[in-house]
Design a protein around this ligand. Structure first.
Ligand code: AMP
Length: 187
């Protein structure tokens, strides 16, 4: 049993597939015995993941800055909501509370959160697995950018595998769960 932090859009995106995959992720997290940690919002894919895990009997923990903790933004029905002072405190607490990180499709906020967790793994600030749920190929250009950064000498080849990529929910969760085992054994 562990806590999985999900970064994802505060919007649902234009293709229905994105919300379908977010819903599946919430249900499978519950099914596999994981709790959700996320940004605490009620809108977009954030709301879909939280609603799905709660409906499936799992736990959803939100971490939201005070400035966003208004009724319209914050999800009213979470298992637990941490209200923090700043966006930086929020990311630090989300990272501390979680055992693994997954990004679903989203915008700048999602990119920033995902890339910070990969950077922190590279720097050894945490040793937790990071995964990209590449629903409908949404992240193909970003994955190509990662490979390009390796080819062009900006990212060491050994760090490329810090971000696992999967198109399917169970496929990605299995990758992250086995990576978690590797990390535990390495300690
Ligand atoms: P974006 O991908 O730009 O929609 O940003 C989504 C990410 O940024 C989420 O993982 C949240 O942590 C944070 N975020 C952005 N907008 C909101 C919001 N309205 N409510 C809660 N968190 C948000």
């Amino acid at each position: 049993m562990s806590r999985v932090c999900v970064f994802c859009g505060s919007k649902t995106g234009k293709r229905p597939l994105y919300a379908e995959v977010a819903g599946r992720l919430g249900r499978r997290l519950a099914g596999r015995g994981h709790d959700l940690v996320y940004g605490g919002g009620a809108t977009g894919l954030m709301g879909v993941v939280a609603d799905s895990i709660l409906e499936a009997g799992g736990q959803a923990i939100g971490v939201i800055p005070r400035s966003m903790a208004t009724r319209e933004v914050a999800h009213p029905g979470l298992t637990r909501m941490h209200v923090v002072g700043t966006m930086h405190e929020r990311k630090a607490l989300m990272a501390e509370l979680s055992d693994a990180f997954i990004a679903l499709p989203g915008g700048f906020g999602t990119f920033e959160e995902l890339l910070e967790m990969i950077t922190w793994a590279q720097l050894g600030i945490h040793r937790k697995p990071v995964g990209l749920l590449n629903a409908g190929g949404y992240f193909d250009p970003l994955v190509e950018m990662f490979d390009r950064a390796v080819r062009e000498g900006f990212v060491r080849p050994k760090y490329r595998s810090l971000c696992r990529v999967g198109a399917g929910v169970d496929e990605l969760l299995s990758k992250l769960e086995s990576r978690r085992g590797e990390i535990c054994r390495a300690r």
